[in-house]
Design a protein around this ligand. Structure first.
Ligand code: 2OP
Length: 257
């Protein structure tokens, strides 16, 4: 028999989800002829280093992982970059831009749900980024992986959000734009919303999110009317029914893919 629970808390990924990392690409224009490729490579290397450090048991925080990832990328692209330019590139991570609809959508969601950030980023970067974007007051918790010295998608990180927010896994929704984070959170057992702004393909790791939307506006419209409905045996999917027709159509299309 189906069981249903209301969402009580929502945890959000930070970079690429709440704030635009494309802004870092702007800064890359100063040093690279293909700033988008340079930035994508830096971002991929950053992620790779978090995964490797988690596996090797040699945690360093996200700032300290990002610097050598930048150095590697500079080398990979055969560039000469001054220490002043490197410093400026790193500092763009402290001054991200929020996606335009994020603040208004979070204000609506905050009325009804306990909101948290759950990020691979370091406490210093999170503090600076949230202050710069004026999003700090939206969140009751700002949770960095630094507390446990492991990176997402380790299940221990998602468990950290459960523990800090004092909610049951089943009462939480996790929201991310990053495919690796979506599959990680889903595999941990969260209900998951994927904000897929660009129509990117999902990583093929055997799980899919419960809800697919293209923006925070769609998320904010869907969630207040939604119940999490768990149907045992139904393809392992927990389907988030929303009264808003648009996301529901997307969900159905997505789940039948
Ligand atoms: C996060 O905020 C860094 O996007 C990554 O967890």
């Amino acid at each position: 028999m189906a069981t249903s629970r209301r969402v009580k808390g929502i945890a959000f990924d930070m970079y690429g989800t709440l704030v635009d990392v494309g802004a870092v690409a702007e800064a890359c224009k100063e040093i690279a002829s293909d700033p988008i490729a340079f930035n994508a490579h830096w971002r991929a290397k950053q992620l790779e280093y978090t995964l490797l450090r988690s596996l090797m048991g040699t945690y360093q925080d996200f700032w300290r992982v990002s610097e050598p990832a930048l150095a590697f990328t500079i080398r990979r692209f055969g560039l000469q970059v001054s220490s002043e330019h490197r410093r400026r590139l790193m500092e763009t991570w402290l001054h991200p831009k929020p996606y335009p609809e994020v603040a208004a959508a979070l204000s609506r969601l905050k009325e009804r749900y306990a909101l948290a950030v759950l990020s691979n980023s370091s406490p210093k970067m999170l503090r600076a980024g949230l202050q710069h974007t004026a999003l700090t007051p939206c969140f009751r918790w700002v949770i960095s992986v630094d507390a446990i010295r492991l990176y997402k998608p380790s299940p221990s990180v998602y468990q950290l959000a459960v523990t800090k927010m004092k909610l049951r896994k089943e009462e939480m929704l996790f929201v991310s734009s990053n495919s690796f984070d979506v599959v990680g959170a889903k595999s941990f057992g969260f209900k998951v919303c994927w904000i897929n702004r660009t129509g990117a393909p999902l990583d093929r790791l055997g799980v899919k999110p419960d809800l697919l939307v293209r923006s925070f506006d769609e998320l904010a419209a869907a969630i207040p009317n939604a119940r999490l409905l768990t149907v045992p045996g139904a393809n392992h999917y927990t389907i988030l029914f929303a009264l808003n027709p648009h996301p529901l159509v997307e969900v159905q299309r997505f789940l039948s893919d």
